[in-house]
Design a protein around this ligand. Structure first.
Ligand code: HEM
Length: 468
């Protein structure tokens, strides 16, 4: 059943989530359950939404002990103050490294420290605000495209196309855009095979696992090689620093006189394409879903953008005034954090809380999905209410119970970029249109690499009269 013209939804409706089981998950029950491995959040039992920490079993080995850390103070210690003793989990890295090499997401130790230091200025606010005209221009083109069609639009696909275009232009030089789509398609298609790769990591010994992963990802990596070489050659020729990657190359050159090799450029291009497009696209898709459930919020956002900018194109300077739009983005990332689970592995024994000691070699699960819905820290946690991000209620909340971008030294370097992009896209749409997802009543979140809706979102995009 699709939803009626005015929508059967209202203030009372609760956004979709899987019904939690009563028992703690283990690999056997997850394998037996249809779709169990491809939707981790569906295996989280009801008591995990109240717990501070819990043990679970990972895989079949004797060392396969896992601990869910679900307390803001303990999370802070894992991600921030004791971060050096909680490196990224080995299986996760084994899966991603063959594709992303020593890109920022997967590098560790000295290589990561240097790359992060070089990339930090590239992602500072003063730097990313240069991309605001690109965000607004691409969003305006997207909304007019969506308004042109006769029938419903697959709004999730449109968000993917839009953010792909943006990341293609922002990461790479604009006149290299031929082929961006193919590259990104290849990266995304490889990602879709990851549930299979995860299975391989659970059952296979290290060397066999690595061979399986290598076979799956090597065609994509080969496709990236000539592209990376062209980017290096072009940046050397032009010496311009318009794109993120050219800025990074410039920073590296100033650092040691040599700059980045073609292999390093390839790794960072793949990393930025992978980390920087599906994440924002999916967040925007969830926003359209939530705004369909709560059409009254579309009116509030429309009023806000009209007050701030009337009919003119939005700019970076408008973003701080788009307070409600930002609160909707924050609330969307709370209810549907696209990176729903973070994994770490302790390299020595660490006492996290009075009643929680983590032995060396333990897999630690920190789940934004769970802590964002923890009954102790969130009022009415499963409801959509952007107001919780404004005023005193927001100020009173412990910091590490909200972590859509992770935390500590490995916090998402693109967070500022993503927030500005999402706010400007959402506000540009709300300035000109109404969006209604027709199949909202059939949507369910599914946690693979990113937390996506289980179905394409078919939406009606209808025009608003211009302010005049
Ligand atoms: C709504 C959008 C986004 C979300 C929710 C998101 C979320 C995250 C999270 C949770 C992490 C930490 C993973 C961990 O600790 O294991 C991360 C890391 C990262 N993200 Fe994002 N991200 C988003 C957008 C972006 C964008 C737009 C870019 C680049 C243009 C980007 C680039 C990266 C990179 C390079 C890392 C690795 C940082 C490091 O380890 O030093 N992300 N992201």
């Amino acid at each position: 059943m699709s939803i009626a013209a005015d929508g059967p939804f209202g203030a009372d409706v609760c956004p979709a989530r899987p019904t939690p089981p009563t028992a703690t998950p283990n690999l056997i029950t997850m394998l037996l359950k249809p779709g169990g491995l491809s939707n981790l959040i569906a295996s989280f039992p009801a008591f995990w939404y109240k717990a501070r920490h819990c043990e679970f079993q990972v895989g079949f080995t004797r060392n396969g002990r896992g601990v869910l850390v679900n307390d803001p103070e303990a999370i802070k210690r894992v991600l921030v103050s004791e971060a050096e003793h909680f490196p990224k989990e080995e299986n996760q890295l084994a899966v991603l490294k063959p594709l992303l090499g020593n890109g920022l997401l997967t590098a560790d130790g000295k290589v990561w420290r240097r790359n992060r230091k070089l990339a930090a200025p590239v992602f500072q606010h003063s730097s990313i605000k240069d991309f605001a005209p690109l965000f607004t221009r691409a969003a305006e083109r997207s909304v007019s495209l969506s308004l042109q069609g006769e029938g419903p639009v697959s709004i999730d696909r449109e968000m993917t196309r839009l953010t792909l275009q943006i990341i293609g232009e922002a990461v790479l030089d604009a006149d290299l855009d031929d082929g961006t789509e193919n590259i990104s398609d290849a990266v995304t298609r490889t990602l879709d095979k990851f549930p299979m790769i995860f299975l391989a990591t659970a059952f296979l010994p290290g060397q066999v696992r690595d061979r399986v992963v290598e076979r799956i990802v090597s065609p994509t990596r080969r496709q990236l090689e000539p592209y990376a070489r062209r980017i290096v050659a072009q940046a050397d020729r032009q010496g311009s620093e318009t794109s993120l990657i050219a800025r990074l190359m410039g920073a590296a050159k100033r650092d040691d006189g040599e700059g980045l090799s073609a292999a390093q450029v390839r790794d960072e291009v793949a990393t930025f394409l992978l980390a920087g497009h599906e994440t924002t696209a999916t967040t925007l898709s969830w926003a359209w879903y939530l705004l369909t459930l709560h059409p009254e919020w579309q009116e509030r956002l429309h009023d806000e953008v009209r007050d701030v900018a009337g009919d003119r194109p939005l700019t970076a300077a408008d973003v701080p005034s788009l307070v409600l739009t930002r609160a909707v983005v924050d609330e969307t990332l709370r209810l549907y954090p696209v990176v729903a689970n973070l994994m770490r592995r302790s390299d020595r024994e660490v006492q996290l809380l009075d009643d929680l000691t983590i032995p060396a070699g333990t897999t630690v699960l920190i789940s934004p999905w769970l802590i964002h819905r923890h009954e102790r820290y969130w009022r009415d946690p499963h409801r959509f209410d952007p107001m919780r991000f404004l005023g005193e209620e927001a100020a009173a909340r412990p910091r590490h119970c909200y972590l859509p971008f992770g935390g500590g030294p490995r916090i998402c370097i693109g967070a500022g970029f993503a927030i500005m992009e999402a706010v400007l896209i959402l506000a540009t749409y709300m300035q000109k249109a109404r969006v209604r997802v027709l199949n909202a009543d059939r949507v369910m979140p599914q946690a693979r690499i990113v937390l996506r809706p289980n179905t394409s979102l078919e939406a009606l995009v209808t025009p608003r009269l211009s302010v005049g």
